[in-house]
Ligand binder design. Structure first.
Ligand code: GDP
Ligand code: MG
Length: 162
């Protein structure tokens, strides 16, 4: 097991629905350590950089409109096998498939075009989380300068020293 970091974005619907505290609490209670955090609006340029793997997909215009529609909270958390842990806490991409107990399962509910229908609506799934360790490294470098990602000890870290 390795110490990893993951990039998370509480998307505009999370801010609008006032569930940011509850979402942050999920990660804190799971034991993940916060390394960086910013409240900001997302420019079209940043949206395209962040979703570079998706820019040519048919649904990308909906994703771009969604992520740039209002402020977001972008943050970095860390822990052993953090990328997998975070994806487990976040749940499946489509809210209708996200299990209860996951963030998307418990809080994401917006309607969207069903599979096979034209992609005219975004999947409003509340939160972004890096999919792989490589994606996490790439995304952290897009959103934060190295000096904005803070290393520190937390009360209780010493109990994991053996
Ligand atoms: P994630 O890693 O679980 O967020 O999912 P992906 O990396 O596959 O997709 C990135 C984001 O693009 C998702 O969170 C959705 O907001 C959006 N998205 C993905 N697939 C679709 C799709 O088929 N249709 C639409 N409208 N949006 C999609
Ligand atoms: Mg993804």
């Amino acid at each position: 097991m390795a110490y990893e970091k993951s990039l998370i974005i509480i998307k505009p619907d999370g801010i609008q629905r006032s569930v940011t505290g509850e979402i942050l609490t999920r990660f804190e209670r799971a034991g993940l350590k916060i390394h960086a955090m910013r409240f900001q609006k997302v420019s079209v340029e940043m949206a395209r950089k962040h979703y570079s793997d998706h820019v040519n997909k048919s649904f990308f215009p909906t994703v771009e409109k969604y992520i740039t529609s209002g402020p977001v909270i972008v943050f970095v958390v860390g822990g052993l096998n953090c990328v997998k842990k975070v994806r487990t806490l976040v749940g499946a991409t489509e809210p209708c498939s996200a299990l209860p107990g996951t963030i998307r399962g418990d809080y994401a509910h917006q309607p969207y075009a069903a599979p096979g229908e034209p992609d005219d609506k975004p999947i409003r799934n509340l939160i972004h989380a890096s999919g792989t360790v490589g994606e996490a490294e790439q995304e952290i470098a897009i959103w934060f300068r190295p000096d904005e990602v803070v290393e520190y000890s937390r009360l209780g870290d010493e109990i994991f020293a053996f």
